[in-house]
Design a protein around this ligand. Sequence first.
Ligand code: ATP
Length: 236
Amino acid sequence: MGLLDVEDLSVGYGKMEIVNGVSFSAYKNEIFVIVGPNGSGKSTLLKGLFGLAKVFRGRVLFNGNEVTSLPPHKKSLLGLAYLPQLGNTFENLSVYENLVLAAHDLPRDKFEERLSDILGIFPALRNLLRRKVKTLSGGERQMLALAMNLLRNPLVLMMDEPTAALSPKLAAQVFNQIQALRNEHGLTIILVEQNALKALEIGDRALLLVSGQPKFYGASKELLENRELAKLYLGI
Ligand SMILES: Nc1ncnc2c1ncn2[C@@H]1O[C@H](COP(=O)(O)OP(=O)(O)OP(=O)(O)O)[C@@H](O)[C@H]1O
C-alpha cells in the first residue's frame, strides 16, 4: 500500500468519461510522474484525485483511508495539496497577504513558524512579501503558489505542469526545487509535466496516459528506455 493509492479510477466532466481505469500507488518520498500526449487526460486525472472533476468509478485511498468523494478542502486538511496549472494566487493582494490567506486555518504561532521554514526554502520570496501579486513575474508567481501550498505542510503535493509558462532557466530551478522537496522534506510529489524527458529524469516512477487509458506504469527509467513508447507518445 502506498501513501496515495488509486484503484481503477475513471474521471471526467458531466456525462463524459475522459480517463478510464487508472490504477497506481505513489509512495512516501517519491516523485511520481504522469506523462502523455496533449489532451490525454493528465490534468483531468489530477482534478479527479483532488475532488475537482467527476469520478465515475474507482477509489482513491490516502494513507489507507478512502477519500474518493471528499471535497477538496477536506482532502487539503488531511495533507493532500493541489497546485493548478496557473497557480491559485490573489492578484490584487500582496505576497504576504496571499500567504496569510493560504494559512487561514493555522494557529498564528504555527503560521509564523511555517512561514519562516518556507522563506528558508524560497529565500527570494522574502524580498517580495510586500509586492502585489500582479506585479510578479510568471516564475515568482509560480514560486508563491508553491509556497502557499507548502505552508500547510502537505504529505502529498500534486502539481499540474508547474513549468508550463516558464523560461528554460526558471523551469530548471523548479525541477531542482521539486527534487529538494522529495530529498530534503520527504514529500511525495505527483507531477504532471509537458517536459516528459526532464520529468522522467527526476522521477522515480511513472504513468503514461494515452487517450485517457494507462499505457505504461512502472519505473521512470524504464519508460525512458522504452524507445517505442517514448518516441511514439512522448517525442523523446
Ligand atoms: N472542464 C471540462 N469540461 C469538459 N471537457 C474538458 C474539461 N477540461 C478538459 N476537458 C477535455 O478533457 C480532455 C483531456 O484534457 P486534459 O486537460 O485532462 O488533458 P491533458 O493531458 O492534461 O492535456 P495537456 O497536456 O494538453 O494539458 C480534453 O479533450 C479536454 O478538452
